[in-house]
Design a protein around this ligand. Structure first.
Ligand code: MN
Length: 256
């Protein structure tokens, strides 16, 4: 029998999130899946890691039997501790999701889901993040099926160093999906507001709200592809250097 692929599955919505479970069910026949996920929701924590507090790893049960490891940390912590302390050997791939809600455009930066995949790529492991394009009445079944198919495909491939894939699946019916689009990340800004409110004790608090203020129409951009009911796949990388500016910056001739 061929060796099963060892898959590390994580997310940012927490170990009990339905999206993670849907993907687990889809992946378990293809690979040897180990779930290491945050014990509580960690959406929008970005690539944060825990340095000042102890990390605890608890065996987590679902329906009375062992399901995975719950970590009181961030998605990036989960990938680090899984590879560094929990798993007996390095996994063949890291998969993060399925996130409740899209991770397109600038949101990609804030996403805990995407950061888990990025952490996988930092460790040199082929990785992808997968998100469903809705926050309401999610049906993760098709996205889970697509995630599994992508995992099967990725098993025979290598990604460039430092690259991971950011996948967004539209929340429509399977037969309404208009294909797969390889995309780049939208740089459109959000129009953000702090909703100023009063708590029951009369103290002011704020709640961040926002919406995109310009609408991308170019289907090669993640946001547009997703709104056109296409599955968006963006190759992303964590090298933050802007190479074409190195020389110009050097020519500032900064003095010590
Ligand atoms: Mn999330």
């Amino acid at each position: 029998m061929p060796k099963k692929n060892k898959i590390l599955l994580t997310n940012d919505d927490g170990i009990d999130a339905p999206g993670l479970y849907a993907l687990y069910l889809a992946l378990k026949d293809f690979g040897e899946v180990t779930v290491v996920a945050p014990s509580t929701e960690q959406s929008a924590v970005g690539h944060a890691i825990t340095l000042s507090d102890p990390l605890r790893v608890d065996s987590h049960k679902k329906d009375g039997s062992f399901f995975g490891y719950a970590v009181n940390g961030t998605p990036a912590d989960c990938v680090k501790i899984a590879c560094g302390a929990i798993l007996p050997s390095t996994p063949d791939m890291v998969i993060s999701g399925i996130n409740l809600g899209p991770n397109t455009g600038i949101n990609t930066i804030y996403s805990g889901t995407v950061s888990a995949a990025t952490e996988g790529s930092i460790l040199g492991i082929p990785s992808f993040a997968i998100s469903l394009g809705t926050f309401q009445d999610p049906d993760f079944r098709y996205a889970a099926k697509f995630g599994k198919n992508l995992a099967v495909k990725m098993a025979g491939k290598t990604l460039p160093k430092g690259v991971s894939l950011n996948v967004n699946v539209p929340a429509c019916q399977e037969n309404e999906i208009q294909g797969i689009q390889i995309t780049r990340m939208s740089l459109a800004l959000y129009e953000e507001n702090f909703d100023k409110r009063l708590d029951p004790r009369g103290r002011i608090y704020y709640w961040l709200t926002g919406q995109r203020n310009n609408f991308e129409t170019d289907l090669s951009v993640d946001v547009a592809a997703l709104s056109a009911n296409r599955i968006s796949i963006t190759p992303i990388h964590y090298d933050l250097t802007r190479y074409d500016f190195l020389k110009t910056l050097d020519q500032w001739h900064l003095k010590q």
